[in-house]
Ligand binder design. Structure first.
Ligand code: ADP
Ligand code: MG
Length: 364
């Protein structure tokens, strides 16, 4: 009777050897296939860290996980450094600039800081001073130079008036190389309305240098997206300023930033009234007419400055300021819940539920 046992015949032995080789090849092929499937099934890499007082959320699409991790660590380090260098009230490079300007009317800094301040001044001029990064003294008076929002009451009116009478403008400061000069004793840089946007632009540059072409850097709802989410564009949500959830969503094509300034981010209530952190430099009080302003622009720095400026500008003045700042897409929500926007913005927004009132501006 022929044996089928492997040990008693060279033929089955050879077959077993081949069988093992085949099995190894198949196992390897299966592992490769699974890895490929895995990558296709889950080509999204997520990471998070804390900087600029908010959660920074990273999403990369179709990036090798090791490279993604490396890029994300580099980004975290860069954000930590920028956060401490540009902090408005903690010791760091910006505070040194503020101190030197206050004491001597001039300051020497590094080229990166000089470029940041020059861009802030440029955008401030374009916003007619509604985005004013020199009003650190007013922001401090309102108690917002603190990790936690203040508890109130609001500052005395005569103190506010004194600071408003001396509000510096971008014409009072001059950046030349690494040299900054000021002809106004009240100049105190506060980059709270701008630093996050400028940092996101630097972060995107860093990712692109690392070969990452499809990504979102999201800093607490303010974000810049590059590339695509595979075959489809990135789709993001704009927060509803008055209830949890999304007001509208939008598809981002190409490299675009979406920034929102809202009265719900940092505020205190006193005797039934809300006092928030976006100050109208003309009155010295929190800007009162709108509850949120959303801007889309290729650059995060411009989007950040413009969202703040258009929040202050309010429902009537915003189109003129948007044009000056080169912003093409704007949506404001006013205190009555009405939506103010331009036709190009409306064409891109997908509202969760149809807004009751839309006030449409002329084409920007
Ligand atoms: P968020 O930080 O919530 O995104 P903004 O970008 O509008 O909102 O920044 C608000 C911060 O900017 C304030 O906390 C303050 O530090 C500073 N700030 C307040 N009012 C102005 C203003 N009119 N121009 C420039 N900076 C401002
Ligand atoms: Mg801003």
């Amino acid at each position: 009777m022929p044996s089928s046992s492997a040990s008693d015949s060279p033929v089955p032995l050879l077959a077993q050897h081949q069988h093992r080789a085949l099995l190894r090849t198949l196992t390897l092929a299966l592992a490769c296939l699974l890895a490929a499937c895995n990558r296709l099934d889950n080509p999204v890499y997520h990471d998070q860290f804390f900087a600029f007082g908010t959660l920074i959320d990273l999403t990369f699409y179709d990036v090798d996980p090791a490279r993604a991790k490396q890029a994300s660590r580099a980004l975290e380090q860069a954000f930590m450094q920028m956060h401490s260098d540009w902090h408005a009230w903690q010791p760091g490079a910006l505070q040194q600039v503020n101190q030197q300007l206050a004491e001597e009317g001039q300051a020497t800094t590094d080229p990166a800081m000089a470029a940041l301040l020059q861009e802030a001044n440029r955008l401030s001029t374009l916003s007619n001073g509604l985005f004013n990064p020199l009003i650190g003294r007013l922001v401090a008076l309102w108690g917002f130079h603190n990790d936690e929002p203040p508890s109130g009451p609001p500052p005395a009116e005569d103190l506010i008036r004194q600071l408003v009478e001396q509000v510096p403008t971008s014409a009072d400061v001059h950046v030349d190389g690494k040299q900054i000069s000021s002809r106004h004793p009240a100049v105190r840089y506060d980059l709270g309305a701008f630093a996050k946007g400028y940092a996101i632009d630097r972060g995107i540059e860093l990712l692109q240098e690392q070969g990452i072409a499809h990504a979102i850097i999201n800093a607490g709802g303010d974000l810049c997206a590059i590339g695509r989410h595979g075959k489809r564009p990135w789709r993001i949500g704009i927060r509803d300023p008055r209830k949890p959830g999304v007001l509208a969503s939008i598809e981002l094509t190409g490299d675009e930033s979406v920034f929102t300034s809202g009265d719900y981010e940092r505020f205190f209530e006193h005797e039934g009234q809300r006092y928030h952190h976006i100050i109208d430099p003309r009155s010295g009080n929190p800007a009162g007419a709108v509850v949120s302003a959303t801007v889309i622009h290729p650059l995060a720095a411009t989007a950040d400055a413009a969202a703040t400026a258009l929040f202050v500008a309010g429902p009537d003045a915003w189109p003129a300021i948007a044009r000056q700042m080169g912003v093409e897409y704007v949506m404001l929500v006013d205190r009555e819940g009405r939506i103010h926007m331009n036709p190009a913005m409306q064409a891109r927004l997908i509202f969760e539920s149809k807004p009751d009132t839309i006030v449409m501006s002329e084409t920007l």
